[in-house]
Ligand binder design. Structure first.
Ligand code: ADP
Length: 239
């Protein structure tokens, strides 16, 4: 039987365009944990013709603001964490993004016995973020992101390399949307990162490097933490 003691979750935070999703995907493969992209989960609900779908759509695409803490908590507790693929732990991409979400999210993970091990904060220069987002396209079928000029040559002509579907721009990836999201990140999410620094579970990572190098770097640091934890657990069970 799998030992629950070894189950854990990791949170990834960073400004829009910092590469959270790409890093979360890469880490989820290394650790064989489910990648949970809160933004993508919300985009799916925003497409639904329901009062909640309309509310989320309005926040995301019209106001470019954060969704309420209650909706995030409800989504994680009553939907995401109920999925069997999340039972060994998750790489949580994009939450908590506001101080009020910290305790709610940690409690849910604790209750599911997939406790929060570390929070990764990706930092990237503002010029690089704006440049990345300007050239960022996504596939509405498999939700993969690509940077034009790097991952694909021409977003108008090229199809999704994964599923051969036409690519499009995210509705909130306008200059106005990005500026607003960057301000929200500074006002609401930097205090969350500060809180995790205080709790001493923050890993600060330079995200202005090649994606594979960033991922390797995070992987090595988490692996080391897991080894130390295993060593501590062995010693406490012996005593
Ligand atoms: P980005 O990091 O580029 O803004 P995401 O896909 O992570 O992109 O998020 C898109 C949008 O989803 C955000 O602008 C916000 O409206 C909403 N969102 C995502 N995560 C959260 C969260 N933890 N709390 C509240 N709103 C969120």
């Amino acid at each position: 039987m799998e030992k629950k003691q070894n189950f854990f979750s990791v949170v990834l935070l960073g400004p829009p365009g910092s590469g959270k999703s790409a890093q979360a995907l890469c880490l989820s493969k290394f650790f064989q944990l489910k990648h949970v992209d809160i933004g993508m989960e919300l985009r799916k609900v925003a497409q639904e013709d329901t009062p909640q779908g309309k509310e989320i759509y309005n926040y995301m695409y019209k106001e470019h603001s954060l969704i309420s803490d209650e909706i995030i908590e409800n989504l994680l507790q009553n939907d995401i964490c109920k999925r069997s693929e999340c039972r060994r732990g998750i790489i949580l991409d994009g939450a908590p993004r506001r101080i009020g979400q910290i305790e709610r999210i940690e409690k849910i993970l604790q209750k599911q016995e997939i406790p929060l091990l570390r929070v990764i904060s990706l930092s990237v220069k503002k010029e690089s973020l704006i440049k990345r987002i300007k050239h960022r396209y996504f596939c509405p079928r498999c939700f993969s992101f690509y940077i034009e000029g790097k991952d694909i040559q021409n977003a108008q002509k090229d199809l999704c390399p994964r599923c051969q579907y036409p690519l499009m721009k995210r509705e909130d990836d306008t200059l106005e949307g990005v500026e607003k999201r960057l301000n929200i990140f500074e006002e609401e999410t930097l205090p969350v990162i500060e809180e995790y620094r205080r709790k001493k579970i923050l890993l600060e990572i330079d995200g202005d490097r090649e994606g594979e190098i960033v991922c390797q770097n995070v992987y090595e640091q988490i692996t080391l933490i897991l080894r130390e934890k295993e060593y501590e657990n062995k010693n406490t069970s012996r005593n």
